[in-house]
Unconditional design. Sequence first.
Length: 482
Amino acid sequence: MIDTHCHLDSKEFKDDLEDVIKRACEAGVEAFVVPSTEPANIAACRQLSQEYENVYWAIGIHPHNAKEFTPEVADKIQKELEQKDGKLVAIGEVGLDYYYDFSPRELQKEVFRTQIQFAKNFNLPVIIHNRDSSADLLSILEEEQDGRLRFVLHCFSESKEFMEKALELGGYVSFTGNITFKTNKLQDVVELVPDDRFFLETDAPFMAPVPYRGKRNEPSLLKLVAEKISEIKSISINKVIEMTTKNARQFFKLLIISLLLLSPLMLKAQEDTTDEEIYEKPYKKFIGIGGEFGFNTLVIFQSWNENGVVKERSSANEGKFLVGANITFSPVDWNILRLEWTYTFDRRKPDTLFPDLAYIYRTVNFTSLFLINPSMRVNFFGGAGLSYLFNSFNLGIPGRNPKESFRTSLGGNFTAGFIVNIPISKVGLITLTGEWLMIFDFNKTKNIYDAELKKQIDNSYYYYSQPRFNLTFYPEFLNKLK
């Protein structure tokens, strides 16, 4: 889950923010978006994003504080945007508020338009506050929509007719704890909102969902919002989480990417799981066994001395069929350790004296895969590891001793790809992996005969390019041990 709107910089969290974030991560929240609301808290929101790897921030002036939007503040926002901070993902919280009228309405509209221009100029979405100002808000959005404006109406509490107009303008809506209140009139809105146009949020420390209404809200309660949407839409909570997480990632262009960047709090494995489908870890993996197939392209760089002149050649032996087997172990949701063996038989049929010329490439690869989005049905990953290569060259040449053509070496491997999770109730999890693995030999192979060149080669350097598929089975009885 992603909490797309929470005020973690609020004074309500000053005494226990670390625990608040820890509880949220343990409850399945993988990222937070913290918007600024006034000039005085811009630095605090930026600082939070620097201290916590899964906290992102937005910059903007709330309509309550529009009277503080001076030329100096506008210049400050401009400079922040020009720094192109990767953790700064939106303009917000901005908009109109005619309920309190803490700032003059005409000034609110002027400041709102200025901040929309910031968003369009820097290709950022807008997080919009709206209270008792729907007519003016829609009018401004209609005028400003030129194909570059992306926006979300946060803490949505308007009618379905208003939502439909906002969606026609390309907008999104976000739901918070207000949809759990007994007095809310949002059931039709939640029921009708398209699956790809809404997010989850807490608006913490405000808008605590039932049964915590009236108390301090915090991101760990986000699951209660998801549960209410699940109830209204009559779909599983897993589906709600999957949809909203995907929507938020695409809208905010979040980069939640690596072992080195992810907060250790977010990575804590959960305990006390049951046999029921649990939304935090619906695709749990522990110990698996599988096999792979694909194609292996061997790229060779060679150099040799010929009559005092160093000559070089590069070649590629493409599309050789590869098979293999593997064992995997996933100590935490975001990481899979894989040990595999692969085999490629390369029969050459050149017009030479050696029609049975063949090569065999074997590797043992240990690779650590880092999953970007472990809770989703489709996981994307990158990985790296070590490889042990043992190859046989020049098989099928009469009179050559096979031992002379056997070489071993150490290499490194790098991979990227995707995993499709296919759960089978009470049986386990099947995963289909598509990836591109590259293996680089750390050593040069020296003094080896090349049958095609018909000469001894002083130095040969190899790397392997392997597009392939992998099918792995994770038994349920082993997954329960995690």
